[in-house]
Design a protein around this ligand. Structure first.
Ligand code: FEO
Ligand code: CA
Ligand code: CA
Length: 765
């Protein structure tokens, strides 16, 4: 979780009883919900009305049956899976995509520019695309395929360099783009380090090698289909024809004063794929990479208010940084020893030093925060920023079940504390003849459409509120010098438009997923802290908040998964309930509302995905609240449907359990029990589990292991990266793998291939 910021930039009054205070810099730590036996036994007496629906009552005819024994919690530096399964690495951080580059040294010795030709770090969302013999996307299995992977964050960039990151007075400490104690101290950065840190970001595309049974066994080094999209790759800026000129004005920078093009993508976390066969790389925590150096000019009040709402330049640099003071960003613009070729470094400095936006990079942050569409079948295609889908901290963009002649809908989360869930509905009706038409189809479907934000009502209903300049609440919105002038500004300052219409603040929306059996939409709400979800700030869709002896990190530390059903893609209303509450199995019923046991207890759901072959709902965690008992994990669930449970009353208490601080009614789905919810995989130390893809026959599943060993630095003296100083040495240590992977001992993010010794489909009986 240290790779993830936990800021709240939403100080709107939406759905709270009180104004939310501005947060400090330090990234809050998620904590265990209940600490110590006293609180545990006391809270156990807090009454709660559990759903009265029997678990078995709602199992649908034809539902799959889970066919593996639950994997035990583990804190080993190893991947754990059930008996009968095999785990191998497909690729890992730094693997070369070309034949010209050497194998990754894993010792900080690689050519910096080669990072633009290697697999990036922090593997995240991904998808497997089969290609026809004509080289087009194929919706069916085919002989060839490419794996597209997001590379989210450089929070562990110390592993790229021989002795970690170096900068004035901070040698050996880990810099973080997220500010706080681990932030950058303002000293000059060496170009050799910064180039690696920039170029490893983005997306990798690698042709997959299959064995005779169609199980991926690696990637094809040197394939003409291999490609990297980095923060420096040229992209086009697209949006509705009627608003394109206004959009391009907002993208104008010294790099391209016309704003027709922009550079690259960054902090790609969740993802999406389209029915026509392209990939959507979602830009999540892009706001954290920019800053204004000491003495630099800020922007006008309007831009300043938008930056505040997005967390851009959250901690501007003072003239002189006091001893021990650190600030946001990685200091990429403070490179003294390398030419700023193509303003590759200057673009991260957003001070308004020119005469207009076209002469500096004050608008560079406007060029991030979108879904970037990529055609993985065509290495020469130019990716497109799909501005009409809005600008926020994009998590996944998941498409509803396509129906010919009907519009398509994409569901999207904005991952920040108390942020929102959005939906984009295409203007064009779906035409299956567009399968394989690449970026041309993207222009048709993703440039024109309507953007909505979700309001979850306490009676179990919900509404989609359109984000349109024609809405008086948006047209008349005014805050700290910010007002909307046109629809392009609604797309680019989406969070403020969503504030204006009264969207519901959620507990950090992560991935969405659509159940192929019934079209219901699921969203992981990973967690929230007490400062942003106090017992007085709960609502039916986010009903939990515990106060743990006044510690600021209580609240909803274990998260939940919400789901909703629409009557049609055009519907503006929906019905929702809560699918699952994360909890530790020993927690009392008042917090363990879904009746979790040692076989399926989890905390902080993040990745979500329904297998199209088995219908299993896979749940991944990125957790800090449960890590004293287990590493992060992957679980398999067999859901029913919205409404299969019933109403509940959540009593929010203090940790001692002697005071009920609030009571909130909500709606909870049927209890799954161990028959329908089981832990499948546990990750190595320090890693989150993220990214899911599957072969067309369901006989192999790909899973990403991100940032193993991310807590190495606090172990002290780890600058020499000896095994003793590292939290993890995976995957080189071979933990849980069919064979060890790669050189050295430093931990690396990687894509796993999970297959079954009996050749059956993953997870099924
Ligand atoms: Fe990058 Fe919201 O997880
Ligand atoms: Ca995520
Ligand atoms: Ca995450």
């Amino acid at each position: 979780m240290a790779s993830h910021p936990s800021f709240n930039d939403n100080t709107s009054n939406n759905e709270s009883f009180a104004d939310v205070l501005e947060r400090g810099l330090a990234s809050p730590r998620r904590r265990r919900l209940i600490q110590g036996g006293l609180g545990l036994s006391a809270l156990a007496s807090a009454p709660v009305c559990a759903p009265a629906v029997a678990a078995a009552a709602s199992v649908q005819a034809g539902s799959p049956t889970l066919g593996f024994a639950p994997t035990a919690m583990s804190m080993a530096d190893s991947v754990s899976v059930p008996e009968g399964y095999t785990v191998a690495v497909l690729h890992a951080t730094g693997d070369p995509l070309t034949k010209a580059d050497r194998p990754y040294s894993n010792a900080g010795l690689d050519d910096p520019e080669s990072f633009g030709r290697r697999v990036g770090d922090h593997h995240d969302g991904m998808h497997l695309f089969y290609l026809s013999d004509q080289g087009r996307f194929s919706a069916k299995a085919a002989r060839r395929a490419v794996l597209v992977v997001n590379h989210e964050s450089s929070a562990d960039a110390q592993f790229f360099h021989p002795k970690g990151q170096t900068s004035g007075g901070m040698s050996g400490k880990k810099f973080s783009q997220f500010g706080g104690k681990e932030g950058w101290d303002g000293g000059a950065r060496p170009g050799s380090e910064v180039v690696k840190e920039i170029l490893h970001h983005g997306v990798s595309i690698a042709e997959v090698r299959f064995d005779a049974a169609g199980v991926p066994v690696g990637y094809l080094q040197g394939s003409a289909l291999n490609r990297r999209i980095t923060p420096e790759t040229p992209v086009v800026v697209r949006g509705p024809a009627a608003h394109r000129a206004d959009i391009h004005r907002l993208f104008s920078t010294r790099h391209d004063p016309t704003g027709n093009t922009a550079r690259g993508t960054i902090n790609n976390c969740g993802y999406g794929y389209t029915p026509w066969g392209t990939y959507l790389a979602c830009e999540e925590n892009w706001a954290q990479y920019f800053n204004i150096p000491a003495g630099g000019r800020s922007a006008d009040a309007k831009l300043t208010e938008s930056r505040r709402r997005y967390g851009v330049a959250r901690s501007p640099m003072p003239e002189v940084l006091p001893a021990g003071y650190t600030t946001q960003s990685q200091g990429w613009f403070m490179v003294a020893d390398a030419p700023d070729r193509g303003q590759r470094f200057a673009r991260w400095n957003i001070s308004a030093h020119g005469n207009s936006a076209a002469e500096d990079f004050r608008q560079e942050p406007h060029t991030f925060g979108y879904n970037l569409e990529i055609d993985p079948a065509d290495p020469r295609s130019v990716p497109a920023k799909r501005v009409a889908m809005g600008r926020f901290a994009h998590e996944a963009a998941v498409v509803g079940i396509p129906a010919a002649g009907q519009p398509l809908s994409f569901y999207m989360g904005c991952d920040g504390r108390s942020e929102y869930i959005y939906k984009f509905v295409t203007a064009a009706p779906w035409d299956p003849a567009d399968v394989g038409r690449g970026m041309a189809a993207g222009n048709k479907y993703l440039d024109e459409g309507r953007l909505y934000v979700a309001k979850f009502n306490d009676d179990g209903s919900g509404e989609w509120l359109e984000l349109s300049i024609d809405n008086p609440r948006i047209r008349e919105f005014s805050k700290n010098g910010f007002a909307f002038e046109n629809q392009a500004e609604v797309y680019v300052h989406t969070r403020l438009a969503a504030d204006a219409v009264g969207a519901t603040k959620m507990d950090r929306p992560e991935w969405g997923a659509v159940n192929p059996a019934n079209g219901e939409v699921y969203f992981a709400l990973t967690n929230n802290n007490q400062a942003n979800r106090s017992p007085q700030q709960v609502n039916a869709a986010n009903p939990r908040s515990y106060v743990d002896d006044g510690k600021p990190d209580s609240g909803n530390p274990n998260g939940h998964i919400i789901r909703f059903r629409e009557d049609s893609v055009r519907a503006s209303a929906f019905r929702w309930d809560i699918f699952l509450f994360g909890a530790e199995e020993g927690s009392p019923a008042g917090s363990n509302l879904s009746g979790l046991t040692a076989a399926n207890a989890f905390s902080s759901p993040d990745g979500l995905w329904f297998s199209p072959t088995t219908g299993i709902c896979w749940i991944q965690t990125d957790d800090g609240a449960y890590k004293d008992e287990t590493n992060c994990m992957l679980l398999a669930a067999i859901p029913g449907q919205v409404g299969d449970g019933g109403p509940i009353e959540v009593k929010n208490t203090n940790a001692a359990g002697d005071a009920v601080l609030s009571t909130q009614s909500s709606f909870l789905g049927a209890t799954l029990g161990e028959a329908r919810l089981r832990r499948f995989l546990v990750a190595p130390r320090g890693a989150e589990v993220t990214g899911l893809a599957e072969t067309a026959d369901g006989r192999a599943v790909l899973v990403n292991i991100q940032h193993p060993g991310e807590n190495s630095r606090p172990l002290q003296g780890a600058r020499d990266f000896s095994p003793e100083g590292l939290e993890s040495t995976w995957p080189a240590n071979g933990g849980g793998l069919a064979r060890s992977y790669g050189a050295g001992v430093r931990p690396r993010s990687a894509t796993l291939v999970i297959s079954r010794k009996d050749g059956k489909r993953i997870g099924e009986a």
